[in-house]
Design a protein around this ligand. Structure first.
Ligand SMILES: N[C@@H](CCC(=O)N[C@@H](CS)C(=O)NCC(=O)O)C(=O)O
Length: 361
């Protein structure tokens, strides 16, 4: 048996994993995450309800899209999503941190504030394809409740909605300008940044109808990129030569550094307070309390999400592996986008994932 990806069409992170596996040419089947699959496979294997999961031919269950990508990159030959150039790789990891942990905010805002009835129906259709529409709506409501309740924890509130929309529309304008110069993030073929961005930009922001209508109206070239990503397969196309970072990516990284970086540094301080009294191996809570943040110029409150620091550690590990001219070039990129602190500040502890949960290493 080949690989099996357990996920759904409506899930951001399933989209990231699926587009990667398809591009890479991996032989995989997709299994829809129905309530029975959650009960019989996901919860017993992982310990909690989450998608996507990759089941491997040798019986492992891999969760977390970065772990899925790394597992496949180690086991399946062919083109890599990681650019060989160290600065392009740094930019890719930054974009993954941004797409996974920041663009999820507009993705979920537009889903729940503009597409609620549709997504509830969609959850019902996925969970119970044979049921009547009324029954699907009832089941959809039950599935939707915890997800809708989680939206304020991301920082979506009356105070921040206009800022979230300003942030997203600014991103769309910048990404459009970039895509007018080249078809993918780093040239003529997709790389890690494309797959990460495809997560929020496909299922919630393109496929949810009201969000897709908005993307096609405001940023048709981004919608066309989504459509290219839907069919992309590794081939002879190349990344930009000489580890070049296209100047059109800089405004996107600058917006990330201006808004996401303060949240990450503040989260690290809060983690430090908490970790002081903890032994090695202690499990780190998903949320470490709440803190204030700013998005698109609007202030609000959100949960301190420990997982985002795990994605940050991945960026820092790569940065710290660089030396000499590579390190200097990486510093120049970070300086150009106001992001030097992302490399300089020290996480208070080393994070590790054990049994699908974060612990102190
Ligand atoms: N960091 C994880 C995130 C996975 C994730 O957030 N999945 C969503 C659906 S797109 C989910 O199942 N959330 C439920 C939860 O985390 O409790 C990854 O990259 O795989």
């Amino acid at each position: 048996m080949g690989y099996v990806l357990i996920g759904t069409e409506a899930s951001q992170f399933s989209g990231k994993a699926r587009s990667f596996l398809r591009w890479k040419g991996v032989d995989f089947a997709e299994q829809t995450a129905t309530p029975e699959i959650y009960r019989d496979i996901i919860e017993p294997r992982v310990g909690y309800a989450v998608i996507p999961i990759l089941l491997t031919p040798d019986g492992q269950a891999i969760q977390d899209t970065a772990d899925i990508i790394d597992h496949i990159e180690r086991s399946v030959p062919g083109a890599s999503v990681y650019p060989p150039g160290p600065v392009q790789k740094l930019a890719s990891l930054l974009l993954e941190l941004y797409a996974d942990e920041w663009l999820v905010i507009p993705a979920m805002h537009y889903r729940w504030n503009y597409n609620e009835a549709w997504i509830i129906g969609e959850f019902g259709r996925t969970a119970a394809p044979g049921a009547s529409r009324d029954e699907q709506a009832r089941i959809g409501q039950i599935i939707a409740k915890p997800m809708k309740d989680a939206i304020p924890r991301l920082g979506v509130s009356e105070d921040t909605i206009s800022g979230i929309e300003a942030h997203y529309e600014g991103f769309l304008a910048d990404y459009s300008a970039h895509l007018r110069k080249m078809p993918f993030v780093l040239g003529d073929r997709p790389s890690l940044g494309d797959f990460a961005l495809f997560g929020p930009l496909y299922a919630p922001l393109y496929r949810d109808p009201a969000s897709g209508e908005r993307m096609k109206r405001l940023a048709p070239v981004v919608a066309e990129w989504v459509e290219r990503m839907l069919v992309a397969k590794a081939g002879p196309q190349a990344l930009l030569p000489d580890d070049e970072i296209p100047p059109t990516l800089l405004p996107i990284l600058k917006r990330q550094m201006a808004e996401q970086l303060p949240v990450l540094t503040d989260s690290a301080h809060i983690l430090q307070e908490w970790a002081l009294a903890q032994p090695k191996g202690a499990r780190i809570k998903r949320s470490l309390g709440t803190h204030e943040f700013t998005i698109g110029g609007r202030r609000g409150e959100r949960n301190v999400i420990s997982f985002s620091l795990w994605r940050l550690q991945r960026v820092q590990d790569h940065y710290r592996s660089l030396s000499g001219a590579d390190r200097e070039r990486a510093d120049r990129l970070l300086d150009a986008v106001g992001g030097r602190e992302i490399a300089n500040f020290q996480l208070p502890i080393r994070l590790e994932r054990r049994d699908y949960r974060l612990v102190i290493a």
